[in-house]
Write a protein that binds this ligand. Structure first.
Ligand SMILES: NC(=O)c1ccc[n+]([C@@H]2O[C@H](COP(=O)([O-])OP(=O)(O)OC[C@H]3O[C@@H](n4cnc5c(N)ncnc54)[C@H](OP(=O)(O)O)[C@@H]3O)[C@@H](O)[C@H]2O)c1
Length: 439
């Protein structure tokens, strides 16, 4: 490690949206960083794919490289800041950096979801920091909160809106009855959605982030593959209309909740949220994370979950914490607390079949007498109690009507089984949607 008067050198892996923001902050805020940490913090190298690309502002001469060894094998680089994205090669670079005794800051949710447990164990064994505030929630300081300020709590649940792209699309659909495809292409033209939006709209991005947050909250590994994940593409404008009539907003929620038997339920899916709940009011690209703990009660953090400046705030906070650690008398690195069973637990995730929830069901049925009675009988046979029924939007041309049913809390497996039977009724044209209701 550097002597007390020497600068701390940063090896930046990636100089795109976030990397550009971090490089600019290191340069523009150099004096302030010096004042706050007592150290000069220098950008020594920045790894990119294409060194010939025009970059604004142009990085200082000699900083750009396309060779990761210029960072990984440089003993003068003390902190590796990974803002490249993707699992590989970023994951391998981080392993090399930690194994070489370098501190690591990353914004990469995929790498933390896939390899977080082993990377953290490696960091621990090397007595270096691995900080990852920007990997979930962008500019919202939720990772640090779970790792330190809320550590005394027995966390009961996390309910969050952690994908700005989907929240933007859902907000558009709710406000102006825009169909999904149109809202998506609008999000793309505004720069809020990528050309390939799969990870966002199918809930994969949110599952990576929930894996990171859930693992911290419940002190065990929450593998992203074990998280029940549904996207938003099945939602139609009519769902937003009917939900509003029932007093709900529709949000894509990422939820992890401790169960009485010690398991954790982890799921990402659209949900009906009572319109007076704070999560229902989170609009556009904003994110929010609600944490419920035994001591803190319910806390909601709200803010920008992505974007250059907000994400730079999180990455820079981690960098400054690492610098302060380097100069401290040597308290242990700030690493998540394991649950004592190691980080390899993955079998304590409760299957979605065992969820107990209220449901919103939308069906297209023949517009004739006796239809509801047939459906109600099948639901009743499956132990599902109907809370409300509304018949909507009849289509005289096809002789069909839309039926919207809400249920009292029921077991997911029972609902799925009953719905499969309902779908086979001659009077049912299609089961169009099932949305869980969050109370
Ligand atoms: N953007 C956000 O708002 C945001 C928010 C929170 C977290 N994050 C996370 O931050 C990370 C970076 O996101 P970003 O939006 O800044 O990405 P980006 O704009 O696509 O930038 C990626 C950078 O990494 C470089 N790079 C990618 N693969 C590389 C490779 N194999 N070898 C060398 N360099 C490589 C690229 O080089 P070139 O410049 O030569 O192409 C580029 O400079 C991701 O993990 C993302 O999930 C982003």
């Amino acid at each position: 490690m550097p002597g007390t008067m020497e600068p701390i050198n940063i090896g930046l892996m990636g100089l795109g949206t976030v990397g550009g923001g971090v490089a600019a902050a290191l340069s523009n805020n150099a004096e302030e960083i010096q004042r706050k940490t007592g150290r000069t913090v220098c950008l020594r190298r920045a790894l990119v794919r294409d060194a010939g690309k025009t970059r604004e502002p142009a990085p200082p001469a000699g900083v750009l490289t396309t060779n990761p060894e210029d960072i990984l094998a440089d003993p003068e680089i003390h902190v590796v800041v990974e803002v490249m994205g993707g699992d590989s090669p970023a994951g391998e670079y981080l392993e090399r950096a930690l194994a070489g005794g370098k501190h690591v800051v990353t914004a990469n949710k995929e790498v933390m979801a896939r390899r977080g447990a082993s990377l953290l164990a490696l960091a621990q064994s090397q007595s270096v920091n691995l900080l990852f505030e920007a990997s979930a929630g962008g500019g919202i300081p939720i990772v640090g909160c779970l790792m330190s300020q809320l550590l005394a709590n027995d966390i009961r649940s996390i309910r969050s809106i952690i994908n700005g792209t989907t929240n933007y699309i859902l907000t558009r659909m709710a406000r102006s009855q825009t169909p999904f495809a149109e809202a998506l292409s609008e999000a793309q033209s505004q720069g809020y959605a990528e050309a390939d939006p799969t990870n966002d709209v199918e809930g994969i991005d949110a599952a990576y982030k929930l894996s990171v947050l859930g693992s911290l909250a419940f002190h065990q590994s929450i593998p992203h593959e074990a998280i029940h994940t549904e996207g938003i593409s099945r939602l139609g404008p009519e769902d937003f209309r009917y939900a509003a009539e029932l007093g709900y907003a529709i949000k894509s929620l990422a939820i992890a909740a401790a169960q009485p038997d010690g398991t954790v339920q982890a799921r990402v899916h659209p949900a009906l949220v009572p319109e007076d709940h704070l999560l229902a009011k989170v609009d556009g690209v904003y994110n929010a994370v609600e944490v419920t703990g035994d001591l803190c009660g319910q806390i909601i953090l709200h803010g920008q979950g992505a974007g250059r400046d907000a994400t730079t705030s999180a990455v820079m906070g981690d960098i400054l914490n690492v610098v302060r650690f380097i100069d401290s008398a040597g308290p242990p690195p700030l690493l998540p607390v394991p649950n004592g069973r190691g980080h390899q637990v993955g079998n304590s995730i409760r299957p979605i079949d065992e969820l107990s929830s209220a449901y919103y069901l939308r069906l297209t049925c023949a517009d004739q007498a006796g239809v509801l009675a047939q459906i109600a009988r099948l639901l009743g046979d499956g132990n599902i109690s109907i809370a409300t029924v509304i018949q909507k939007d009849t289509d005289p041309g096809s002789g069909t009507a839309q039926l919207v049913i809400t249920t009292y809390p029921s077991r997911e497996a029972d609902v799925q089984t009953a719905l499969a039977a309902v779908a086979k009724l001659g009077v049912v044209v299609s089961v169009d949607n099932l949305i869980r209701i969050e109370q």
